[in-house]
Design a protein around this ligand. Structure first.
Ligand SMILES: NC(=O)c1ccc[n+]([C@@H]2O[C@H](COP(=O)([O-])OP(=O)(O)OC[C@H]3O[C@@H](n4cnc5c(N)ncnc54)[C@H](OP(=O)(O)O)[C@@H]3O)[C@@H](O)[C@H]2O)c1
Length: 343
């Protein structure tokens, strides 16, 4: 199959290109962006010189549908819900990496994104693509989860599903590398403000809060809200998610780990740490893995969770390809089997 990438000049778009270039059953058809229209993509990105010579074209749904089998949207919030309508209406397969189609309730999207929501028909058609917890086959319109949401949900899921914690005590605290904010430079992404520094941002306002809540409520409808914080750390890639919650009475650390081993037993991209060890950010960089570890404090009864992902891989483009693989009915790991970049 051939895929178009809309937003190829952004961080997740260029990562999609990298993965698809090594994919055994998917190849690049056409590349699109809004402002950059160069003869070839390597004119914009020299690291691709002598590797990929495709032009970057203006967005045109007719060209995309004529020359491809599906389209990826790697564009800022607000774009796919408009430009994607042409594909949704014609049933042309589309995977959206933005937040436009993740929230089922349009009023929630409008409150958290401060934009008009996608048409109701599009929202109803979209499948929320967290592969490890999809219960039905995806539709032709897949909404790829957010990076923080992916890390938070995978890290806490077994404890919520198996009722091993008191969810009212759950606190999730995510730290992200700078590529999570996209390629545009601003004051908070300035090298001088990021290097050797750490900044908490969007306190109680992050747009992934309703997304995490929406999925948690499918597992436990008694959950009415969550405590979730986000910070920037001086790395290029990676999300380091910590979670804290009161364990259910009588639960041991071995019980908690056994729940993770059971729930993720068939999932190729979730790795559970051996007891007594926690994952480091670096061990997943450049891969589609989510690595999870935990410890239970016997005195306080608090379980501490650590989950790590590469925000551009499992948090975005890698997961989008995982969703493609599952949708296409091929090996879920196709094109995604790379070793972490180390050191
Ligand atoms: N970065 C992450 O770690 C991450 C993780 C998960 C999800 N996401 C989501 O993925 C999406 C892309 O993120 P990103 O970090 O890759 O953003 P980015 O680096 O800012 O790139 C955005 C891309 O979208 C293009 N674009 C903007 N408006 C467009 C339009 N109207 N028509 C066509 N193309 C348009 C831009 O083209 P120009 O170059 O021409 O401006 C650029 O190629 C966002 O919705 C983000 O929330 C990001």
């Amino acid at each position: 199959m051939k895929a178009a990438i809309v937003g190829v000049t952004g961080y997740t778009g260029i990562e999609l290109l990298r993965i698809i270039q090594g994919h055994p059953q998917l190849s690049i058809g056409t590349l699109h962006s809004s402002s950059v229209h160069k003869d070839t993509i390597s004119d914009e990105y020299p690291h691709l010189r002598q590797l990929i010579a495709l032009p970057i074209q203006a967005f045109d749904p007719e060209v995309i549908m004529a020359e491809n089998d599906l389209v990826f949207f790697a564009t800022p919030a607000g774009v796919a819900k408009e430009l994607g309508q042409a594909f949704a209406e014609r049933g042309f397969p589309m995977i959206d990496l933005s937040g436009d189609l993740r929230l089922k309730d349009p009023t929630v999207y409008e409150a958290w994104y401060q934009k008009a929501a996608a048409p109701q028909a599009m929202l109803a058609q979209a499948t929320y693509g967290l592969p490890e917890f999809m219960t039905e086959k995806a539709t032709d319109l897949i909404s790829n989860p957010g990076c923080y949401a992916t890390a938070a949900l995978l890290t806490v899921a077994p404890l919520v599903i198996k009722k091993l914690i008191d969810p009212a005590t759950l606190i999730l605290d995510g730290k992200s590398g700078l590529s999570g904010a996209g390629k545009n430079l601003n004051e908070s992404s300035h090298f001088v403000n990021v290097d050797e520094n750490m900044t908490m941002y969007k306190l109680n306002r992050h747009q992934h809060i309703p997304e995490i809540l929406q999925q948690l409520q499918l597992w436990d409808p008694s959950i009415t809200d969550i405590q979730f914080t986000t910070s920037l750390i001086p790395v290029k890639r990676g999300i380091f998610m910590t979670g804290y919650a009161k364990a259910a009475p009588g639960v041991t650390e071995a019980d908690l780990l056994a729940a993770y081993e059971e729930i993720y037993a068939q999932q190729p991209f979730v790795r559970i740490q051996p007891q007594g060890t926690l994952p480091q950010l670096r061990q997943v960089i450049g891969t589609n893995f989510c690595d999870i570890g935990l410890g239970l404090n016997a005195g306080t009864g608090i379980v501490t969770l650590v989950g790590v992902i590469d925000n551009l891989m499992k948090g975005a483009s890698g997961q989008a390809i995982q969703n493609y693989n599952r949708w296409a009915g091929i090996d879920e790991t196709a094109g995604l089997w790379s070793l972490p970049i180390y050191p």
